[in-house]
Design a protein around this ligand. Structure first.
Ligand SMILES: Cc1cc2nc3c(=O)[nH]c(=O)nc-3n(C[C@H](O)[C@H](O)[C@H](O)COP(=O)(O)OP(=O)(O)OC[C@H]3O[C@@H](n4cnc5c(N)ncnc54)[C@H](O)[C@@H]3O)c2cc1C
Length: 446
């Protein structure tokens, strides 16, 4: 057993990481699907979209061949509508709400239709929005993830001059560095960021980190308002013996590595255990398998009923050949010569509901051991507590506190996205960016 890279041939890597949701190749396919839409008057699909995209309208526009109009409808509500068409867990959002589900029929392929229009717009660099003349106000946005980009775009449209400070060398946040490689390519992420910035009025400085290269007081002094869209940080620690052994990895670093180097250069074990059952855990497990791991076992402390991932995501892991162990909690990682060798888990049972409303896992006192050479930690992410507290921002364990107008406890400093909610989805971060822009505009013009 060992951790190695280059386990597969270039062709196998290409097949394993190719787009899991192939697009419509021709407009005819899109129009036929669009024509299935019943244009429900109460549009449950729109109600379940956190950014409230007018789904029936953009689908109607596709069915009449007005692709530009449909792209504008989507982007007016969600400037990352392209990304969301590829990464949103639509089975619990728009498509999950489609009335066809009640008729036991396949829901409208809303994401695929959305992808059709938005990809055309991004590839064609369609200019769909005009920025208002400058209103003489300057806003600093920290973080070029979905929240920061959505906030910057919405502010710029209203004539605000925006400067983004981003610690990485590319924009997109976790879209670029976190989301599974078979959902979005680096090229798509780059093109989408360029498309958003092409509205004008947004200056972006890469490799500039808040807390290292710039401070909040400096930004407060130089700008009329500040928006913090810094996301959350590394994966939560397991706090068990053996966590420091070689072969124990944080899911975020593992995926970051995979997204920033060739697949052939990303090392993976023969026998991998992934701790957790959220979207990050699923992505770490499926991508380990797709990199050539022989066995991947997902360990989750509750049962399938309480899992945070969707059924579709779980099916993806199962189809990729990952094994699932429910009601198990890592207790100790055993090493040999400093390297991971075995994982000891406690067998759990369900007790009374906890603060999350789900039945809490309780240790039965029994254990079992599996042979592993790699352990990937994906049991939630930790907010940037130190940075946030140092900046005197009121927070709950690092999650920045905001009011209804997205303003923090510091006047003129707004925040949104994962940095506030602790980690949700791209579409939620986009809406938080829009909310932040609305709060900032009110603040600037009051
Ligand atoms: C592995 C993984 C897979 C995921 N898969 C999906 C998925 O399939 N679908 C989905 O909808 N959601 C998914 N998500 C969640 C989604 O990516 C996030 O909810 C979303 O990106 C949050 O956007 P954000 O802008 O708040 O934060 P982020 O995307 O994290 O962006 C924050 C930005 O701020 C920058 N930054 C951080 N600190 C500083 C600093 N000090 N100074 C300057 N810049 C800073 C970061 O580099 C980053 O660019 C996934 C998350 C993970 C971890």
């Amino acid at each position: 057993m060992s951790i190695q890279n280059n386990r597969l041939s270039p062709q196998e890597f290409e097949n394993n990481f190719s787009d899991i949701h192939p697009p419509f190749e021709h407009i005819e396919g899109a129009v036929i699907e669009a024509n299935r839409c019943l244009s429900c008057y109460d549009a449950p699909c729109t109600k379940l979209c956190p950014t409230s995209i007018d789904v029936p309208l953009f689908i109607k526009q596709i069915s009449s061949g007005n692709i530009k109009g449909s792209a504008k409808t989507i982007f007016s509500s969600n400037i990352m509508g392209g990304a969301c068409s590829k990464v949103c867990p639509v089975e619990k959002l728009c498509e999950g709400a489609c009335v066809y589900n009640l008729l036991q029929e396949k829901p409208i392929s809303i994401a695929k239709l959305q992808r059709y229009s938005t990809e055309k717009a991004i590839a064609g660099k369609w200019k769909l929005f005009n920025r208002k003349p400058s209103i003489g106000k300057k806003v600093a946005v920290v973080g070029a993830g979905p929240a920061g980009l959505a906030c910057a775009h919405a502010l710029s449209l209203q004539g605000v001059d925006v400067t983004i400070f981003e610690k990485e060398e590319k924009g997109g946040g976790l879209m670029t560095y976190g989301v599974a490689a078979y959902k979005v390519t680096p090229e798509f992420c780059k093109n989408e960021v360029d498309y958003i910035l092409s509205v004008g009025g947004i200056d972006i400085h890469y490799k500039k980190a808040l807390g290292t290269d710039i401070t909040l007081p400096e930004l407060q002094q130089k700008y009329d308002a500040v928006f913090l869209g810094i996301g959350v940080g590394i994966a939560r620690r397991l706090d068990i013996p053996g966590e420091e052994l070689e072969g124990v990895e944080d899911a975020i670093s593992f995926i970051y590595n995979l997204r920033t180097t060739d697949f052939s250069k990303t090392p993976v074990g023969d026998k991998v255990a992934v701790i957790g059952m959220g979207m990050t855990a699923i992505d770490a497990a499926t991508q380990s398998k797709r990199l050539g791991a022989k066995e991947v076992t997902m360990i989750y402390r509750r049962t399938e009923n309480e899992k945070p991932c969707t059924d579709v995501e779980l099916d993806l892991a199962k189809l990729d050949g990952c094994s699932i162990v429910w009601l198990a909690n890592p207790k100790e990682i055993i090493g040999e010569n400093g390297k991971v060798k075995k994982l000891v888990c406690s067998k759990m049972k369900l007790g009374e509901p906890d603060a999350s409303g789900r039945r809490a896992p309780v240790d039965t006192g029994e254990t079992f051991t599996i042979d592993v050479d790699m352990v990937i930690k994906a049991a939630g992410q930790i907010p940037f507590e130190e940075l946030v507290s140092k900046s005197s921002l009121e927070n709950k364990s690092g999650k920045i506190s905001i009011n209804k107008k997205s303003e923090t406890t510091l006047k003129g400093v707004f925040a949104g996205g994962d940095a506030v909610n602790g980690g949700k989805e791209v579409v939620d971060a986009v809406q938080a960016g829009k909310d932040g822009a609305k709060g900032i505009l009110e603040y600037l013009t009051s």
